[in-house]
Design a protein around this ligand. Structure first.
Ligand code: ADP
Length: 470
């Protein structure tokens, strides 16, 4: 069943039940009130009759009959019966229907409403004990057909049926309108999603026009209210933007990665062909070719390792308390051994450098930044650390070629290298800073660069102290 049908069905059935319950209650409440009014009225008449009878002791049969007919209700009956149920005087009525009425001798006053099974008519009956002229206690039975009540109840039934329809029809119309109001944007969303799946064109929803495609002019549509549906459409559009951006990034990444791998493969291949063609005749080519093949293979290895690192750090989640000072010192020592001719100076202000994170990933940061500082400068490298209440700051300063301001943002993009030709010589892949940035951001930190061409560069890594984002 469609959502539209469910909304219409649910609201109509619910309203129908509410109407049935409330109208039934109204019907019975009215019936009770009206019938008890009728009984009260009949009771007053019966009292008057009893009083009249008391005042007219020892009158003639005929005079008594006249008296009774004077008290006879319009559609009613008066009967006086003794203990055995026999009529003391003939039944007074203009209608034959009272002949079968049950004779009820009673010692106390009773009142009730009974229904005639054959005609369906209702009667109010009052029975009162009275002392008859011979001293016996007899029962005066006064009954009246509730003609007006029956008519009123019938009219009430029609009125209630009519009002039920009057309430139910607008309810159904309102539920159709509501379902349309709610479902049109959902339908639009569904269609847009479908089109995106089939055409892969990152289509978004036109949020300004709600009933687009149904003869609604955009100019006629008032500015939309900022309701939940509007929010949903905006969120959908944002999701499409973000998916598109990620997809394009992935595409660029794959194409960059394959391009980066293609160059060393081509070089290796062309040297292999050179050896094949001329290797035997010119053995001096062998050394040069093997050297080139070896260095290109190193490049590829380096690139593949960095690509793996990029993929890996996202899936790794092993975090612990880490002392950044120890991490930085260890990395400096490693580089100092590998580059004994270069000086890596380390300054640290006293303080707490504890943080929370993945130690293997955090080690990558000083590794990448010190390697770059050594790679892109010839002089000393300065590493300094200080901290405030919340954060630790680690600065990596070199006095090398520097980075132009227009490149400073881009160097954190994957595969971006300022001077491709020169960087080939340094063996760069353009992935180091991108990896560093991703790791730092995954740990809630930040990396910035300050640099001037020809003066050198300073990379500043900020990291939160004691982060507990497990
Ligand atoms: P690469 O493997 O090329 O070093 P990175 O992502 O680490 O890749 O760096 C991106 C680019 O930023 C480098 O190619 C280089 O041009 C520039 N760069 C990075 N660090 C420095 C630095 N300390 N001094 C000058 N340029 C730098």
């Amino acid at each position: 069943m469609t959502l539209r049908k469910k909304i219409i069905l649910f609201s109509s059935v619910f309203m129908f039940l509410v109407i049935v319950i409330s109208h039934t209650a109204i019907y019975f409440l009215f019936y009770r009130t009206a019938s008890s009014g009728e009984i009260d009225q009949l009771s007053v008449q019966a009292d008057a009759l009893v009083e009249g009878l008391a005042r007219s002791n020892s009158i003639s049969e005929e005079a008594r009959s006249d008296l009774l007919s004077a008290y006879l209700p319009a559609n009613g009956m008066i009967r006086i019966i003794d203990e055995t149920g026999a009529d003391i005087i003939p039944i007074q009525t203009k209608s034959q229907q009272y002949q079968n009425l049950e004779k009820n001798y009673t010692a106390s006053e009773t009142s009730r409403i009974v229904q005639d099974n054959d005609t369906g008519s209702n009667f109010a009956i009052i029975e009162k004990p009275v002392i008859w002229e011979n001293g016996d206690i007899v029962t005066v039975q006064v009954a009246n057909e509730l003609v007006y009540l029956d008519e009123t109840m019938e009219t009430l039934t029609y009125v209630l049926f009519f009002s039920s329809a009057v309430i139910l029809i607008p309810t159904i119309i309102a539920s159709i309108a509501l379902s349309r109001f709610l479902l049109t944007p959902i339908q639009k969303l569904k269609d847009t999603m479908r089109r995106n799946i089939h055409n892969k064109n990152w289509q978004k929803i036109d949020v300004e026009s709600r009933f687009k495609g149904e003869n609604w002019q955009k100019s006629n549509v008032e500015k939309r209210s900022k309701d939940e549906i509007y929010e949903m459409e905006i969120t959908f559009n944002e999701m499409i933007d973000s998916l598109k951006e990620n997809f394009e990034k992935q595409e660029a990444f794959v194409s960059n990665a394959s391009h980066e791998l293609k160059t060393p493969i081509q070089i290796i291949k062309s040297y292999a062909q050179l050896i094949e063609r001329q290797g035997k005749k010119r053995p001096e080519l062998l050394d040069e070719s093997v050297g080139a093949i070896d260095s290109e293979a190193d490049r590829m290895q380096n690139l593949v390792e960095q690509l793996l690192l990029l993929a890996k750090h996202k899936s790794e989640n092993k975090k612990q308390g880490v002392n950044i000072q120890e991490v930085v010192e260890q990395v400096i020592q490693t580089f100092q051994k590998a580059y004994p001719e270069r000086r890596i100076q380390f300054d640290i202000e006293e303080g707490n450098y504890e943080t929370f994170g993945n130690i293997d990933q955090l080690k990558q940061i000083p590794y990448i930044l010190i390697e770059n500082a050594l790679k892109y400068s010839e002089g000393d490298v300065l590493v300094s650390m200080y901290s405030d209440v919340k954060k630790s700051f680690i600065r990596f300063k070199d006095f090398g070629e520097g980075i132009a301001s227009e490149d400073q943002e881009k160097i954190f993009d994957r595969f971006y290298r300022v001077d491709r030709a020169r960087n080939r010589e340094t063996g760069g892949t353009g992935l180091g800073l991108a990896i560093a940035k991703e790791i730092i951001e995954a740990h809630g930190g930040e990396i910035t660069v300050e640099s001037e061409v020809g003066q050198g560069s300073t990379f500043i890594w900020q990291i939160q102290k004691n982060i507990s984002n497990k």
